[in-house]
Design a protein around this ligand. Structure first.
Ligand code: CMC
Length: 429
């Protein structure tokens, strides 16, 4: 029997259905609330609001579960590759060998960037943050690659997805090379997606880059872990901007801007900066923990806490193992990893962090992995953005394919001045 929720207002009873997801989460369907009662709901920052139904990613923040299209993140990180995971997210199923080969060929075919785009790149100030450059360049893709009239809509969408996935990686490496004043390295047809990226970042005419399979594997894991995370801030931005039916490049560019923030995708950079600050201050943790607990101090322990996870982020567990594995293979120690391990240990037994359910999130150890690859600090959020791309694309696709699609337009409760008259300038005090 269908369950309902009753609202009693001015003596009248209104009933609203309870809907249930495949994993048992329940929600009150209030679609007709305003029409029937004249009321709206108020939920600032949306902690209680489901903005859509989705069949892409399932996460359970209480039990620390994350699955893409039903497959646990642990299995994907261990057995899949980033390109295969991207295919899974976008198409809903793991590819057959033939489908994967076709996808890889398409990624390869679309990996070059229009030569004219280089002039664009070259004119950004040298100190510009790569996230600002990336969001501008992604938006500019529409100008360089306008809609192809001779293609069907489906073919066009397919090409746009592949173009984005492939070119974003080339553009990210290109912006890094240009920021150094170095020659751009072109993609190679004989390398896999992750190996190609590392080669474009680090190959140089005076020091050929030797591809290390362990680093390629670590990059696959890093990008798989970032590939989607249901309705987070940047994905919600992609869906919201996309709901106005802008082109996909513009919607993704909005997602990159949202991801740039230190509370979201900028956190991996902020974590390493914080660990460096602790190191520079002599390694003592207490002053930093005290600041994080002080309500009057805006400082937060970066890489800790999450809107949904109230337990250990499953991605952080895998990232921590990956950090250990990569450093062990390189026979290197990173003093920042040692600080991070100590910090985690102390924070997890500190009553403030325990009471607030604050555990390490994906960003806590990811910076250590990126450092081991040689990725410069200001490129960390860009690495997150490349990883999140399949998620943004699949969520955009699901949103625009929804037959019940409408432009996203929240309401508000106005609490400003009542009606008053305009006062001419000469009469103001
Ligand atoms: N350090 C200290 N206190 C914290 C922290 C932290 N990292 N995170 C949350 N709190 C406290 C916060 O002060 C508040 O305390 P009180 O209730 O006493 O006022 C309480 O915990 C709840 O915090 P909130 O800000 O209401 O929680 P939120 O769900 O709005 O924010 C968050 C989630 C991730 C923005 C936040 O935990 C944070 O700022 N963490 C640090 C930044 C970070 O690591 N971000 C990466 C998130 S994971 C990657 C991604 O998906 O983008």
């Amino acid at each position: 029997m269908e369950q309902t929720v009753k609202i009693i207002l001015d003596g009248r009873t209104y009933e609203f259905p309870i809907i249930e997801g495949t994993e048992g989460e329940r929600a009150i369907d209030i679609r007709n609330l305003r029409k029937e009662t004249g009321l709206i709901t108020l939920d600032p920052s949306y902690p209680n609001t489901g903005s859509c139904k989705s069949s892409i990613t399932f996460m359970d923040g209480e039990r620390g579960i994350l699955r893409y299209r039903g497959i646990p993140i642990e299995q994907l990180a261990e057995q899949s590759s980033f390109t295969e995971t991207a295919y899974l997210l976008i198409n809903g199923e793991l590819p057959t060998r033939q489908e994967l080969n076709r996808f890889s060929v398409m990624l390869n075919d679309h990996s070059l960037v229009h030569e004219d785009m280089r002039h664009f790149f070259e004119n950004f100030p040298r100190r510009a943050h790569p996230m600002g450059i990336l969001s501008s360049m992604v938006n500019a893709l529409r100008a360089f690659y306008p809609e192809l009239q001779e293609r069907t809509e489906e073919e066009e969408i397919d090409i746009t997805f592949t173009r984005l996935l492939s070119k974003v990686r080339t553009m990210a490496a290109m912006s890094y090379k240009i920021s150094l004043g170095h020659r751009v390295v072109y993609p190679r047809y004989d390398l896999t997606y992750c190996a190609n990226f590392l080669n474009m970042m680090f190959d140089s005419p005076v020091r050929p880059y030797v591809i290390d399979p362990d680093l390629v594997q670590a990059l696959n894991v890093f990008w798989i872990l970032h590939a989607d995370h249901e309705q987070n801030c940047s994905t919600a931005a992609v869906r919201l901007v996309g709901s106005a039916r802008v082109n996909l490049y513009a919607a993704i560019s909005a997602g990159i801007c949202a991801l740039w923030g230190p509370l979201h995708g900028g956190a991996n950079q902020a974590v390493v900066e914080m660990l460096m600050e602790i190191q520079a201050a002599g390694g003592e943790l207490e002053p930093f923990l005290a600041r994080a607990k002080d309500r009057d101090d805006p400082f937060r322990l970066m890489g800790f806490g999450h809107r949904v996870y109230k337990t250990y982020d499953p991605r952080a567990k895998i990232m921590k193992r990956t950090a250990h594995r990569v450093l062990a293979k390189q026979k290197r120690r990173d003093p920042l990893l040692e600080i991070a391990l100590r910090l985690e240990e102390v924070a997890l037994t500190d009553p403030y962090f325990v009471e607030h359910n604050l555990y390490p999130n994906v960003d806590f150890y990811s910076g250590i992995v990126l450092r081991a690859m040689g990725i410069p600090l200001n490129m960390f959020p860009v690495m997150f953005a490349i990883g999140r791309l399949p998620g943004w694309i699949s969520q955009w696709k699901e949103s625009v394919d929804d037959p019940g699609w409408r432009v996203h337009r929240p309401r508000q409760i106005y609490v400003g001045q009542g009606k008053r008259d305009y006062v001419p300038l000469e009469q103001r005090g």
